[in-house]
Design a protein around this ligand. Structure first.
Ligand SMILES: Nc1ncnc2c1ncn2[C@@H]1O[C@H](COP(=O)(O)OP(=O)(O)OP(=O)(O)O)[C@@H](O)[C@H]1O
Ligand SMILES: [Mg+2]
Length: 346
């Protein structure tokens, strides 16, 4: 039994394909508590979406298969539930917003009708009450003249407006966890900032937890209480936002931070780019999956996958550099960090 709202433990998910087994998620653990935002960051293809789609029960199985692990929600293991039982969670306990609102809104149905139908699935209220609730939500997400928006078709709206509609729909049943997979990637920076502010204020007002997936560390800095950095199907570093931004311990996180335009430091040298590409998940390497791209890789890194090391309370890194026997190294220029064991900035 877990004390966390959602507690994912050692989750392994593979796809069985003609070419072989794709080991998309290879032993991922994270948790989320009430009212907090966990951000999962990492390069394309590292298993972020597969991880949360597995939690929501959205992956078609087969070809996907949970090989190992548990997903505890309010103490109940969701991996033991049938598809039908999972339907009681989706939309009610969990909601999801996607990068592309056009793929999740029905283009042939007016916005209001879609919202009313979604509300009526989970709430025993009259159609008129559902209508009023939908209109009030459209107002709450900052859409002017919500009664008019209620009657519009999605294609007559801008990307930012549709994203707001999607958030209103996702919040309609007051979910405990909002899963947001790249929710602002398709929007311009002004609209992105407005949508992020909106998510933050809904989180405060309704006590919703947010599980945010993004590759944008600027978004993470604005939103996250805690951060899980994923690489090649594993969480390689995990900690609260201060620990990850001010004292990152994993060279992959250094790479991500070094590639981020200046947010924290006033003066910054050139952006650092991580060389190479992530490994093939059909045949992940025997040792650390990042070793081939890591400027600090040692012999040990090629031989065995590193265990989790504790950097500080609640902050872990899967890197052999954390081992007592490893040499002391300094992160690349421009990474807003101190070397291992350094003090935090104030
Ligand atoms: N249906 C599928 N069949 C086979 N492999 C798949 C399938 N869906 C995903 N994968 C593989 O699983 C791995 C993880 O994919 P996932 O979509 O979780 O990546 P991601 O971290 O969300 O990337 P992005 O940032 O591009 O969205 C990838 O290597 C991908 O090719
Ligand atoms: Mg994805």
């Amino acid at each position: 039994m877990s004390e966390h709202l959602l507690d994912v433990q050692n989750l392994r998910v593979s796809f069985d394909t003609y070419a072989g087994e794709v080991q998309a998620v290879r032993g991922v653990s994270f948790y989320i508590d009430k009212g907090e935002t966990l951000a999962i960051v990492g390069e394309s293809g590292c298993g972020k979406s597969v991880s949360i789609q597995t939690v929501m029960g959205l992956l078609p199985m087969p070809p996907a298969r949970i090989k190992e692990g548990h997903i505890y929600y309010e103490g109940k293991d969701l991996t033991t539930l049938t598809d039908k039982q999972m339907e009681n969670y989706r939309g009610k306990e969990f909601s999801m917003i996607f990068q592309d609102s056009m793929t999740s809104l029905n283009p042939t149905m007016r916005v209001g009708r879609q919202m009313v139908e979604a509300i009526l699935v989970h709430q025993k209220i009259s159609r008129e009450e559902a209508r009023e609730h939908a209109i009030s939500l459209l107002g709450k997400v900052g859409l002017p003249e919500p009664e008019k928006v209620f009657k519009r078709y999605p294609h007559t709206m801008s990307g930012g407006q549709r994203q707001r509609v999607m958030i209103a729909m996702a919040m309609a049943c007051n979910p405990k966890i909002l899963f947001a997979d790249e929710p602002t990637t398709a929007l311009d920076v002004t609209m992105q900032a407005q949508i992020l502010d909106l998510m933050n204020s809904l989180k405060k007002e309704m006590g919703t937890s947010i599980l945010l997936i993004t590759h944008d560390l600027g978004v993470v800095a604005k939103m996250a209480d805690r951060i899980a950095v994923m690489y090649a199907g594993k969480v390689v570093e995990y900690g609260d936002a201060r620990q990850i931004f001010y004292n990152p311990c994993h060279p992959y996180t250094w790479g991500l931070l070094g590639a981020m335009p200046n947010l924290i430091q006033e003066v910054k040298s050139e952006l650092y780019a991580i060389p190479g590409t992530p490994p093939d998940l059909y045949a992940p390497p025997k040792g650390c999956a990042f070793a081939a791209r890591c400027p600090y890789a040692m012999g040990a890194c090629l031989k065995a996958d590193p265990p989790e090391y504790t950097c500080s309370d609640g902050h872990i890194s899967r890197c052999w550099l954390m081992d007592k026997r490893a040499k002391e190294v300094t992160p690349p220029d421009g990474v807003p960090t101190l070397p291992r064991g350094g003090k935090e900035h104030e």
